[in-house]
Design a protein around this ligand. Structure first.
Ligand SMILES: Nc1ncnc2c1ncn2[C@@H]1O[C@H](COP(=O)(O)OP(=O)(O)O)[C@@H](O)[C@H]1O
Ligand SMILES: CC(=O)N[C@@H](CCC(=O)OP(=O)(O)O)C(=O)O
Length: 280
């Protein structure tokens, strides 16, 4: 009996948070360790299901950079990054789409649906909901997102699982590869999400002594980038988080996907993990 009361108390502890987010949209960038470790994949699926079952509307935008690099390397195709963003060639866009929209997207969709959710996998070419122009070869810069379409999916109680490939502007264009952090941020802004959460493979943003920085603003980000403390894949992530809050998303967090149930810890408890990115 005592144990049962404890369970009920635990549930009640989450109530104020559930109330705060009920009916609200949360964009989750699914990347890093949580995307490759089997146990963490399961924990991710359960977290998303929990949000969905209590009436919160998750939207998943996933990465898969490591897997793309693995396949390109196996095929002897060289690949290059500039400031954490892949320079995509005519050859690599096809592989990127195959990996992101095929293998990874369907794995996530299947995992969620097997747990009892109603998830639907899409990329920007579906309904042409996300369009882009060239930034560097076939790496794209998003030009438009159809938020009405995404909201329609949400109103049907579906969980959109989005691969970061955008449609080009001609019938034969192979499309554009978009950095998944950037895509998550633009999508969160387009649908006026309440939160955007970036799951990654570090505690959050670390300082030069490798200590976690719990909160960062635009000026501090600039400084850390100039000093080279924020580098590589963390550059598009902090830029994306900052862009989201500038465009009206209430809060943006970069959190550690290596922690089991990190999403629930962040949203449904007073713990607050990782780094919050603020405008000022
Ligand atoms: N200041 C920093 N704090 C934390 N990680 C950083 C920092 N600067 C660079 N990084 C690197 O950024 C990586 C996260 O970016 P990335 O590999 O693209 O992750 P993801 O797959 O989650 O998008 C970290 O694993 C780390 O190597
Ligand atoms: C243009 C660009 O950088 N596209 C990324 C898309 C996948 C991604 O962003 O994956 P992570 O989130 O796992 O890094 C890439 O090709 O790696």
């Amino acid at each position: 009996m005592k144990k049962k009361i404890e369970t009920v108390k635990t549930l009640l502890d989450a109530l104020p948070f559930i109330r705060k987010f009920y009916g609200k949209t949360i964009v989750i960038k699914y990347g890093g360790a949580a995307q490759v470790d089997e146990k963490l994949k399961e924990s991710f699926a359960v977290d998303i299901l929990m949000l969905y079952m209590v009436g919160i509307k998750p939207v998943i935008v996933h990465g898969g950079g490591k897997r793309i690099t693995e396949i390109l390397t196996a095929l002897n195709v060289k690949t290059e990054f500039k400031d954490g963003v892949r320079v995509t060639t005519k050859e690599s866009i096809k592989i990127a789409e195959m990996v992101l929209s095929g293998e990874i997207n369907k794995e996530i969709v299947n995992m969620l649906n097997q747990h009892g959710a109603k998830a639907i996998g899409i990329n920007g070419k579906d309904m042409s909901f996300m369009k882009a122009k060239s930034l560097m070869g076939y790496t794209g810069e998003i030009t438009s997102i159809d938020g009405v379409f995404l909201n329609k999916l949400l109103s049907e109680n579906l969980i959109p699982v989005i691969a970061p490939i955008a449609s080009g502007d001609t019938p034969t264009h192979p499309g554009y590869n978009i950095n998944a952090d950037t895509a998550a941020s633009e999508i969160a802004a387009a649908i006026n999400a309440k939160r955007v959460i970036f799951l990654t493979d570090t505690l959050g943003v670390l300082d030069k002594n490798k200590n976690l920085i719990s909160s960062l603003n635009a000026n501090e980000i600039d400084k850390l980038k100039q000093e080279g403390v924020i580098a590589g894949g963390m550059i598009p992530k902090v830029d994306a988080a900052l862009n989201a809050v500038k465009r009206g998303v209430e809060k943006a967090h970069i959190i550690d996907g290596r922690i089991e149930h990190s999403i629930l810890l962040e949203l449904l408890t007073s713990e607050g993990i990782g780094t919050e990115i603020k405008e000022k």
